[in-house]
Design a protein around this ligand. Sequence first.
Ligand SMILES: Nc1ncnc2c1ncn2[C@@H]1O[C@H](COP(=O)(O)OP(=O)(O)OP(=O)(O)O)[C@@H](O)[C@H]1O
Ligand SMILES: [Mg+2]
Length: 468
Amino acid sequence: MKNISLPQIHPLYNQILDAVDVGIHVVNEEGISVIYNKKMSEIEDMDKTEVINKKIMEVFLFQREEESRLLLSLRNGDVLKNAKQTYFNLKGQKITTINDTFPLTHDNKIVGAVEVARDITKLERLTKENIRNKNEANYTFEQIIGNSALLNDVKQSAQKATRTSSSVLIYGETGTGKELFAQSIHNASNRSAKPLISQNCAALPETLIESILFGTVKGAFTGAIEHAGLFEQACGGSIMLDEINSLSAPLQAKLLRVIQEKMIRRIGDSKDRKIDVRIIATLNEEPIVAIKQNKLREDLYYRLSVVSIEVPPLRKRKEDIPLLVEHFINKYNKQFQLNVPFVCENVMDMFKNYDWPGNVRELEHMIEGAMNLIHYDEKIEYSHLPLHVRNKFSRYDIQQLTPTTLYPNDPPKSLQSFMEEGEKLYIKRTLDYFNGNITQAANSLGISRQSLQYRLKKYQLKEIHKKS
Ligand SMILES: Nc1ncnc2c1ncn2[C@@H]1O[C@H](COP(=O)(O)OP(=O)(O)OP(=O)(O)O)[C@@H](O)[C@H]1O
Ligand SMILES: [Mg+2]
């Protein structure tokens, strides 16, 4: 095997090795890597070239040399099945795999060793990420900003839900604050001393989500380890299942059984385990629609929606906008060390006329974005808003070219300065509209390019335009 090096392996074999979904790593009798396939390089986050033709111990870090299963196999002929191994790559990243390792023999002599690895770093990381300790699930009802009748109704019914452990279904468009409600319910309930574990059902492949939710026992499938699922880890607390409609129908049926029987069974296990968990599920569309489109089982819906909370979209409660704007300006003033007082009147008018497809999250991002462009204590104005919003409201902006919006609080000025302010604002808007294209802007304004250039210089508009 000594003379085996990667170029001598038929290129087709390399293609095949790169196509399989397990990591394969082969060393020759000197412990030098001769095969290192694509999956292995993904699992270990190492480039093939960093590993091939190098000794294992030059590239990976084990606590002791013995812990390299490949070297153990090479030296002692050990065959290891389903062994969990944790080590570090050269970049200091911790890697955890489940390995099968065995020697390669020729003429009764060990000439190399091969390792077949499955990645569990990802599984472990995902599980850990989902466990929120109490400090992270930190929203309470007082921090849900807004004073509209619609929002107050929702808050009231959510507050009632804190007295029991019944399942809760929260639905609403993206960015409306479903997570805030879930956290607030958990934190105000008598489960608040225990964890709130949150899992986005859409973020994971079907095979992983089942083991993450219900856990596995060793040997349940190749590579399976003894591991408690999120339901067990949330013991005494709550579990938030985000985007429940993205679970497959069989998994929804399993979930229904869990809710009914208050028992779970780890994958591969023969016994049931009792669980004490409150389920809070979220949905980003109307349940009726999801049921009609076969994305949500009707029976599961009835079980989950003992308490059903609809968080209305921002466009239906525009009265909340000023309070939210104030709240986010305060938040980013603190974060960015600014002293922005508020938004200009015409910006607030625009906010109230906008549809907010991304709801409160979009408003927050818009303010955060604007405050990235702003000087210490300027108000947020039109030019600080994202281009797609400015384009949508370009016509609206023309209507705002009135003396009151130009000088909302100042005493009247000379006609000359008003005309200049108006001209400046209008040129700026036109340039924004044409994305900074001078020729198009000049055509639209009915002036020559030179004349526009002259005005840009005069009003120092180039800088402003670049900045926004
Ligand atoms: N009423 C509110 N008061 C203060 N902040 C809010 C409010 N509603 C939403 N937010 C802010 O908007 C962000 C998005 O809210 P959240 O994550 O709860 O939305 P969601 O409904 O769960 O959205 P998705 O369906 O996309 O997961 C939050 O991080 C929070 O900062
Ligand atoms: Mg959410």
